[in-house]
Design a binder for this molecule. Structure first.
Ligand code: BTN
Length: 242
């Protein structure tokens, strides 16, 4: 492990590992020992990378895997994972021109392929935001083949330190706005970035077409009888590809 500097990032220390279990797990240990807001852990690869709902996150070298600790006196709502995905997409869009989308509630998509994910975990006034991006085309093709993995190979032309530093700064800016104004501030941008808007989906026992987001990031589904339903959590299955 070594402590490094990231361009434009001075909010907290950055710990870089050549190999680590999970950057979010390690950061949690640091947080429990009192690390300050803005502490970052970055791994070149992870051996125990985690995704949402206990899923494994395959993390070979060639991707970006990092987590940041953010202190917050108030409970951070789960919809922050959508906002964080928006921060990442804005930065990657500026760097590469790619038009990426967000598959509710935390996946980053390029066309119909998953290229990244956000894992937000809250505990005792602290939030850990873990970000994983598939970049290397060869390794990415081995990731969770059932879930159509893709890659962001264009990022290979940019120094990782710069990409991570820019994402962290964008994320912290959005975190401050989110604490102040909530998800509603990001609603229009989120609708425009949504991979699911207008599509027919099944989310656990509910089916319908995604017609809107609610002001707290919940999905609004309309079923075939014209009834609306709010969905706050679950795993989305697309019933039609776009
Ligand atoms: C998901 O798609 O469900 C979220 C994936 C989040 C992966 C990142 S990689 C950095 C951080 N450390 C982890 O163990 N997970 C997150």
């Amino acid at each position: 492990m070594k402590e490094i500097k990231l361009p434009g990032w001075d909010m907290g220390p950055v710990f870089f590992f050549d190999s680590i279990g999970s950057t979010s797990d390690y950061l949690r240990e640091l947080a429990l020992k009192g690390s300050r807001s803005g502490t970052v852990v970055w791994g070149r690869k992870q051996t125990e990378g985690r995704g949402r709902r206990g899923k494994k996150w395959f993390s070979p070298p060639g991707g970006l895997y990092f987590s940041v600790l953010l202190h917050s006196p108030q409970m951070i709502e789960p919809s922050f994972s959508l906002v964080a995905a928006g921060s990442v997409i804005r930065v990657l869009g500026e760097k590469t021109g790619l038009e990426l989308k967000i598959k509710w509630p935390n996946d980053i998509y390029r066309k119909s392929s998953k290229v990244g994910g956000i894992l937000c975990e809250n505990f005792s006034g602290k939030l850990i935001v873990g970000i994983g991006l598939n970049i290397d085309p060869i390794n990415s093709s081995k990731i969770d083949p059932g879930n159509s993995p893709g890659n962001l190979s264009e990022l290979q032309a940019h120094p990782s330190e710069e990409v991570i530093g820019f994402i962290l700064r964008e994320l912290v800016g959005d975190f401050k706005i989110f604490q102040d104004k909530g998800f509603a501030f990001f609603l229009e941008e989120q609708k425009a970035l949504s991979y699911l808007m207008g599509r027919a989906v099944r989310i656990d026992s509910s089916g319908g077409r995604v017609v809107n987001y609610g002001p707290r990031g919940q999905l609004i589904l309309e079923n075939s009888e014209g009834f609306f339903r709010e969905i706050w959590q679950g795993t989305v299955v697309l019933l039609e590809e776009g």
